[in-house]
Design a protein around this ligand. Structure first.
Ligand code: SF4
Length: 183
């Protein structure tokens, strides 16, 4: 190849420009997944546990289209556990129950129950059980507790809900308080 000095410098100057242009085109067309293209990015903290992993929520027209780990967050550096990774389903889930379902003793069928009826029934049974199992003192020691009720928290409760739940249960005199994530 007959390469003049002028052609050589012209060639060296153009190559990086061509490379940059093609990399830009590639990053736009290949690296941005379709589901988050043109979506608004908002950072937040996973509500599930005290680890406090950072997440990015992508919304388009006010609808959440994706949630993923935030690679810039110092706690998780983009990683999420299985709960955090499935958090989109907190917002969008056709299988999520929105009504109270009740199966009467001895019945094999589930029925819808109104929220008012369910709350009244829970209050009624809690009060009855607490009254019947209340222990004021034992061996000369003041206890003021009930062993008749236990509370098991679910792993889908967020940190604030767990805090309020444990406060409420202790205020009622429960000592058997556990969490599904620890079991
Ligand atoms: S539940 Fe998982 S993703 Fe969420 S803060 Fe805890 S460890 Fe992180």
């Amino acid at each position: 190849m007959d390469l003049s000095r002028r052609t050589f410098f012209h060639f060296c100057g153009l190559t990086p420009l061509v490379g940059m242009a093609s990399a830009e085109a590639q990053s736009d067309s290949v690296q941005t997944p379709r589901k988050i293209r043109y979506a608004k990015e908002t950072t937040t903290i996973c509500p599930y546990c005290g680890v406090g992993c950072g997440q990015i929520v992508h919304t388009r027209d006010g609808v959440i289209v994706n949630i993923e780990g935030d690679p810039d967050h110092p706690v998780n550096e983009g990683a999420l556990c299985s709960k955090g990774a499935s958090i989109l389903q907190l917002n969008q889930n056709d299988r999520r129950l929105t009504k109270v379902r009740h199966r009467k003793p001895g019945s094999g069928d589930w029925e819808d129950l109104s929220w008012d009826s369910a709350m009244n029934r829970i209050v009624e049974l809690t009060k009855k059980t607490r009254d019947e199992t209340w222990v004021t003192a034992e061996d000369g020691k003041t206890l003021n507790r009930t062993n008749g009720i236990a509370c098991l928290g679910g792993a889908a409760l967020d940190t604030e809900e767990c805090y309020l739940l444990s406060k409420a249960m202790r205020a009622m005199g429960l000592v058997w308080i556990e969490h599904q994530a620890r079991i």
